[in-house]
Design a protein around this ligand. Structure first.
Ligand SMILES: *Cc1c(COP(=O)(O)O)cnc(C)c1O
Length: 361
């Protein structure tokens, strides 16, 4: 970086030469998009790296959620969490469905499964939980509720590449998991995303939807649109994938170091993460009050350190786009949670400096 500012994240990037090497093939072939060889390679490599049955990579994570809704032909109410990025909810709305907010568990920060059933009506068609900060949702209880009420489950798994549940990639859960390959995520293609499913027919449908609804004979058989990832983006994904293990391991080490450094501070709380299953992709810290958070944020900013208030505000309070439904836990946590800088090039000394500032207040 050209200055000394430390932001909440920095994209993980392979050495430029390695990216350029892959790009040479793109120039030689003259194929830039339309399910090109690098897109297919990226899908294959991610499937084998993460042990997935089927993955369809797409142009971004928001489109991945929309495509999941489209593929499952959902029309009605979708129960989701207000403690998320606004894209979860805008994707639901763009597919003409209605978001219904279910409050979160104050410890895991994920949707509270005990509060889902009370929200089910005759219009409910699906549940869309988010694996918040990569921490696995209670996938078994959610699957049981869905089965009992004949609902679909789509996971917003934007944070969940690298997370697992009982030894399997977390992306295998739900009818479809939608992930993101955005610049700020653990693995990135600059912009990008993907739909993951264990159902071959559903995967084929997702691939048709991605390509204007065409089948192999270019007949339009599906209400599709353009969800394609380009070869240039896939090339970046392939280059970055080589460093995926290193990034994953590094996140865990840095997460643990933060915990060590912050453990003795009074009045702060941490997300209750599933050890060995979360990918430690973010480092959220929950303060006693918003006042304390603002004090810490200001002190860090003064030292050119810029953490982010993820997720703030709670999406159910965005009354310009959604009807307000009270979710007191999410509203409360949103005001008190701050994500500290966490990325590959963050130095130990920088972590120490950040924690020293926090503990001095
Ligand atoms: C990043 C993110 C998305 C959207 O992904 P894009 O690739 O940026 O469209 C959706 N949900 C959550 C929780 C995210 O963090």
């Amino acid at each position: 970086m050209s200055d000394n500012k430390i932001f909440v994240t920095q994209p993980s990037l392979a050495p430029l030469e390695e990216y350029v090497e892959i790009l040479k093939g793109v120039w030689e072939r003259g194929i830039l998009t339309h399910n090109g060889p690098l897109v297919q390679q990226l899908e294959k490599d991610l499937e084998s790296k993460l042990n997935l049955d089927y993955m369809t990579v797409v142009s971004n994570g928001t489109i991945a959620i929309q495509m999941a809704i489209k593929a499952l032909e959902l029309k009605g109410e979708i129960i989701t969490t207000p403690f998320t990025w606004v894209a979860t909810v805008s994707a639901i709305k763009w597919e003409d469905c209605t978001p219904v907010f279910c409050d979160i568990d104050p410890d895991t920060l994920n949707i509270d499964p005990a509060k889902i059933e009370a929200l089910i009506t005759d219009k409910t068609v699906a549940i869309m939980p988010v694996h918040v900060f990569g921490n696995p949702c209670d996938v078994e209880t959610i699957a049981a509720i869905a089965q009992k009420h004949n609902l679909k489950v789509i996971y917003d798994a934007a944070h969940a590449i690298g997370s697992s549940y009982e030894g399997r990639s977390l992306l295998n859960y739900g009818d479809i998991s939608a992930t993101s390959l955005h610049a700020t995520k653990l693995l990135n293609t600059a912009e990008g995303g993907g739909c993951i499913t264990t159902n071959a027919a559903l995967d084929a449908k997702l691939k048709r939807i991605r390509f204007f609804g065409h089948d192999e004979n270019k007949d339009v058989v599906e209400d599709g649109f353009n969800g394609k990832l380009t070869e240039v983006h896939a090339a970046l994904g392939l280059a970055n994938l080589k460093y995926y293990d290193e990034v994953l391991e590094d996140r865990k080490k840095k997460y643990q170091y933060y915990r060590e450094l912050l453990n003795c501070i009074e009045g702060v709380q941490f997300q209750d993460v599933k050890v060995g299953e979360t990918n430690y992709s973010y480092f959220p810290i929950i303060f006693e009050s918003e006042e304390q958070l603002l004090k810490v944020e200001k002190a860090l900013n003064t030292s050119d350190i810029f953490p982010r208030r993820y997720f703030y505000p709670s999406i159910n309070t965005y009354t310009k786009v959604v009807a307000y439904q009270a979710c007191p836990v999410s509203e409360d946590i949103s005001k008190r949670i701050l994500c500290l800088p966490l990325f590959l090039n963050l130095e130990k000394e920088e972590q120490e400096k950040i924690c020293k500032i926090i503990s001095s207040l």
